[in-house]
Design a protein around this ligand. Structure first.
Ligand SMILES: NC(=O)C1=CN([C@@H]2O[C@H](COP(=O)(O)OP(=O)(O)OC[C@H]3O[C@@H](n4cnc5c(N)ncnc54)[C@H](OP(=O)(O)O)[C@@H]3O)[C@@H](O)[C@H]2O)C=CC1
Ligand SMILES: CC(=O)[C@@H](O)[C@H](O)COP(=O)(O)O
Ligand SMILES: [Mn+2]
Length: 358
C-alpha cells in the first residue's frame, strides 16, 4: 500500500497495523517531519518517498525522493499497490484521492475533506472510510429497515466552557480534546462541531438512509447508532483508538483482537446531550447542508480559511464559526455542478474569508 500523511496521527496508526500484519508499504509521503519519515523509511524500506516541503528533501534518507503535489501524483502513478491510505489533512488531500481513483486504486480515506468538498464527484464504492463513526455505522448496517443513522460527538474542548468565556478561548484551549488524541486541525474541528457536520455529510455520501443526525456522548465510547423502523436501536461501542477502524480498512476483515473490549461496568454512567447551536454556531447549517451536500465545498473552504485566522490570532473561536456561517450564506446558491467548480469555489470562498467582517 501507499500511505499519504504517514507522519500524522492516522498515518502512524496505519503503519502500526501494517507492521503488525506484515503489509507491504510501497510508498510513504510526509509534510515536514523528516525525523519521523526517516524512521519510517528505515522500518518499511519503501520504494517511493514524497516530502511536502522541497527545502527538506535533501534530509530525507532515501535515494529517490519526490516533492509536493507533483511528487504525490508521480508516486501514485508509479506505485503498483492497489490500496492508497489517504491520511493527508485538509483540501490538499482531494487531488490525491481523485488521482488514486482515476488509476483504479481503492482509497482507505481518512481525509474526510475529500468527501466533504467533492463527495458528488467521487466513486464512493471504491472508498473505505477511516473514521470511527463511519466504521461504527458500517459495523451496524443491517438488512432490517433503517430509520435513522446517528453518530456521536464528544462535544470537544469547549463543551463545558461557560458560554460567556467562549470568545476568550485560544488555539491552545481548543487543542485540549476530552477523549481523542488527534492532529491539530481535526481537534479544532471537534471543538467547533465542524467535524460532526463534516461527518454527517460523509455518512450521507457513504450510506443510504432516510435521516442522519448526531448528538453528544461525552465519553466517546458509543461511536454510532442505528434507529430501525421497528423501534429498536443498536449502538457501536469500542475504545477510543483508531487502530480498529484502520485495521478493518486495511485488512477488509479482522478476526483477532485489535483492542480490548470496553468494560461497561468500569465505564459506569454515560451522558448524552443534544448539540446546541448557541455553543456551536455552525450547527445552524446542519439541515441546509444535508439538503445541499455539494455546498460542503463552501463550508470546507471557509473552515480552513477561518481556522488560519484563529491559529494566527486574528479572530476568536466564536468569530471563526460566524465566518463559516457567513460564507455559507454568501455562497448558498453556488452549488458546484462539476469538479472544476469545486476548485473554483474553494478559491472564491477563501478569498471571501480573507478579510471577514464580524
Ligand atoms: N486523527 C484521527 O484520529 C482522525 C483523523 N481523521 C482525518 O484524517 C486526516 C488526517 O488527520 P490527522 O492524522 O489527525 O492529521 P495530522 O495533522 O496528525 O497529520 C497530517 C499528515 O499530513 C501530512 N501533511 C500535511 N501537509 C502536507 C503536505 N503539504 N504535503 C504532504 N504531506 C502533508 C503531515 O505531515 P507532517 O506531519 O510530516 O508535516 C501528516 O503526515 C484528516 O482529514 C482528519 O480529519 C479522521 C478520523 C480520525
Ligand atoms: C476519532 C474520530 O473519528 C474523530 O473524528 C472523533 O470523532 C473526533 O471527536 P469529536 O466527536 O469530538 O468530533
Ligand atoms: Mn470521527
Amino acid at each position: 500500500m501507499v500511505v499519504l500523511g504517514s507522519t500524522g496521527s492516522i498515518g502512524v496508526n496505519a503503519l502500526h497495523i501494517a507492521k503488525a500484519h506484515g503489509l507491504h508499504v510501497e510508498g510513504l509521503c510526509a509534510g515536514r517531519n523528516v525525523a519521523l519519515l526517516n524512521e519510517q523509511i528505515n522500518a518499511f524500506n519503501p520504494k517511493f518517498v514524497v516530502i511536502g516541503e522541497a527545502a527538506l528533501a535533501h534530509q530525507v534518507a532515501h535515494p529517490n525522493v519526490w516533492v509536493g503535489e507533483e511528487g504525490i501524483m508521480r508516486m501514485l502513478e508509479e506505485a503498483k499497490s492497489p490500496l492508497v491510505v489517504n491520511a493527508l489533512v485538509g483540501f490538499l488531500g482531494l487531488k490525491p484521492t481523485l488521482k488514486a481513483q482515476s488509476l483504479g486504486k481503492k482509497v482507505a480515506l481518512a481525509n474526510k475533506e475529500s468527501l466533504v468538498a467533492a463527495g458528488a464527484f467521487l466513486d464512493t464504492s471504491a472508498i473505505v472510510p477511516i473514521d470511527s463513526e463511519h466504521f461504527g455505522l458500517w459495523y451496524l448496517l443491517s438488512h432490517r429497515p433503517m430509520k435513522r443513522l446517528c453518530i456521536t460527538a464528544s462535544g470537544g474542548a469547549f463543551r463545558d466552557t461557560p458560554l460567556d468565556q467562549l470568545p476568550h478561548m485560544r488555539p491552545q484551549d481548543a487543542l485540549k480534546h476530552p477523549n481523542w488524541s488527534m492532529g491539530q486541525k481535526i481537534t479544532i474541528d471537534s471543538a467547533t462541531m465542524v467535524n460532526k457536520l463534516f461527518e454527517l455529510l460523509e455518512a450521507q455520501w457513504l450510506f443510504t438512509c432516510k435521516a442522519y443526525d448526531a448528538f453528544i456522548e461525552t465519553k466517546s465510547i458509543i461511536h454510532a447508532l442505528i434507529d430501525f423502523e421497528d423501534g429498536s436501536s443498536t449502538a457501536h461501542i469500542a475504545g477510543t483508538s483508531m487502530q480498529l477502524p484502520i485495521a478493518f480498512a486495511l485488512l477488509g476483515e479482522v478476526k483477532e483482537a485489535v483492542l480490548p473490549s470496553v468494560d461497561l461496568t468500569q465505564v459506569g454512567s454515560l451522558e448524552f446531550r443534544s448539540i446546541d447551536p448557541a455553543r456551536y454556531p455552525v450547527w445552524e447549517l446542519k439541515n441546509a447542508l444535508l439538503e445541499n451536500p455539494k455546498l460542503g465545498a463552501v463550508v470546507n473552504a471557509a473552515n480552513e480559511a477561518m481556522m488560519t485566522h484563529f491559529l494566527e490570532g486574528r479572530c476568536g473561536v466564536v468569530q471563526m464559526a460566524r465566518g463559516i456561517v457567513q460564507a455559507y450564506e454568501a455562497y448558498e446558491t453556488q452549488e458546484p455542478q462539476a469538479l472544476e467548480d469545486v476548485f473554483a469555489l474553494d478559491k472564491e470562498v477563501r478569498a471571501f474569508c480573507k478579510n471577514p467582517i464580524f
